[in-house]
Write a protein that binds this ligand. Structure first.
Ligand code: SF4
Length: 416
């Protein structure tokens, strides 16, 4: 391992990091130094080479690497597991710091996403990761975005230090169910994972409270915490995945849950499925996640959008339309009178369009054309809306209505 050049290590450890989806940054401000000094190196905002997208659409370019792809654990779904026959590499703390600074200076990146296999022990690995963040902040005055993947078994004091240096912390729950975790990652413990998440939430709240009282109190992971679930490696259906995500948002105030379609790895374990699930399944889960976070749907609501037999979201239409087709009785809604929460349930109307509708209708009654200007899919939307010059003739049964809407785009079009 020691004979590898930094470039060779980078090739191995950047490739090994590609399986982790949970690196989008969101909504953090550039740091001032501990002394309150302005300036410094790095920015958490702006455009560049894209590696990750924030929920608000901003693009953040990150150096996304592992500290090492060696690991003492043997999670079946992971290419870096102990029994995997892959080329191993390991960065030193200084190498990661130098790479980050050098890439930043060349304007390749605006931040760092650092994860790692577990070497020697959870504490030792976490110390190395904290060492990277500490050196970037303290030795190089780096104020760009840092996302550290934390290790649930590590000493809470190390996680605390990580939160003082990083913008975002994350711990992967990995599988949607405890049974799935026991089967595919037997050395991991669901209770310890959630215990570590709860600890991070408390620290964020305590530090937030301290900062409201004392302006110079340190910040703790100001961009919050996130997690990732692998989709399709175990038998969990979309209902189970959505319910777990809802519970994680509620209990640990996560900023994001990421979904990663299981991707077959070289030399796979015999307990894994042979095929990857359709990527569209991952996409539908992201849409359902969006519906929970921005449109007010509960996990029960989303249950109603799933197929009763498979427990999964339909792939041919998006979950918002699936829900609307199952609740035809509450449509059409009057665009000039319906409350915000009802307008948000109309397929094709997104948050921005609804807010513009609410603003415009204070001054005049809206026609169908007015709504058409706010959406790219008025044909899909018409059966669900009443405007002052438009009343749908009648809502056919679900199958007729679905076919009358024509082919559905795979993208977020119906979410506007
Ligand atoms: S602990 Fe992480 S790196 Fe190690 S085998 Fe499991 S998933 Fe892979």
């Amino acid at each position: 391992m020691s004979a590898l050049s930094v470039t060779e290590k980078l090739e191995i450890l950047a490739d090994a990091a590609k399986y982790d989806a949970s690196c989008a940054s969101s909504g953090t401000k550039k740091r001032d130094s501990a002394t309150g000094r302005k300036g410094g190196l790095g920015s958490t905002e702006g455009m560049g080479i894209c590696h990750a997208y924030a929920p608000d659409g901003r693009c953040i370019s990150l150096l996304k690497i592992l500290l090492t792809n060696s690991c003492i654990f043997d999670c079946h779904y992971c290419i870096n597991r102990r029994s995997s026959d892959v080329r191993r590499a390991r960065f030193t703390v200084k190498e990661v710091v130098d790479l980050t600074i050098s890439f930043y200076r060349r304007n390749y990146i605006e931040g760092l996403f650092l994860s790692s296999g577990i070497i020697r022990s959870s504490d030792y690995t976490m110390e190395q990761m904290v060492g990277v963040a500490r050196s970037l902040r303290d030795d190089h005055d780096f104020r760009g975005y840092i996302h550290l993947k934390t290790i649930p078994d590590a000493d809470p004091e190390l996680t605390h230090q990580a939160g003082l240096y990083a913008d975002r912390l994350s711990i992967n729950v990995e599988l949607p169910t405890t049974q799935g975790l026991q089967q595919l990652a037997p050395e991991k413990d669901a209770r310890r994972i959630e215990g570590a998440m709860a600890g991070m939430r408390s620290a964020m709240e305590d530090m937030g409270e301290a900062r409201r009282k004392y302006r110079h109190a340190p910040r703790f992971a100001p961009a919050g915490q996130s997690t990732q679930m692998i989709v399709g490696a175990d038998g969990a259906d979309d209902r189970a995945i959505i319910r777990r995500a809802r519970s994680l948002y509620d209990r640990h105030a996560l900023r994001r849950v990421y979904y990663s379609a299981f991707s077959p790895i070289p030399s796979p374990s015999s307990v894994l499925p042979l095929k990857r699930p359709p990527l569209l399944r991952e996409h539908r889960l992201y849409q359902s996640d969006w519906m929970m976070r921005f449109y007010g749907y509960s996990a029960d609501d989303l249950d109603a959008a799933t197929d009763p037999e498979s427990g999964c979201l339909p792939l041919d239409i998006d979950p918002k339309l699936a829900w609307a087709l199952r609740h035809r009785g509450i449509f059409p809604v009057d665009v000039n009178q319906a409350p915000r929460e009802m307008l948000l349930r109309v397929p094709g109307l997104g948050v921005k369009a609804v807010d513009r509708i609410l603003m415009s209708r204070r001054h005049r009654r809206l026609r169908l054309d007015d709504v058409a200007r706010l959406t790219s899919s008025i044909v899909k939307l018409r059966p669900f809306l009443v405007a002052c010059d438009w009343q749908p003739v009648h809502l056919a049964d679900s199958a007729d209505l679905k076919s009358s809407l024509g082919p559905m785009p795979a993208q977020l079009e119906l979410f506007a």
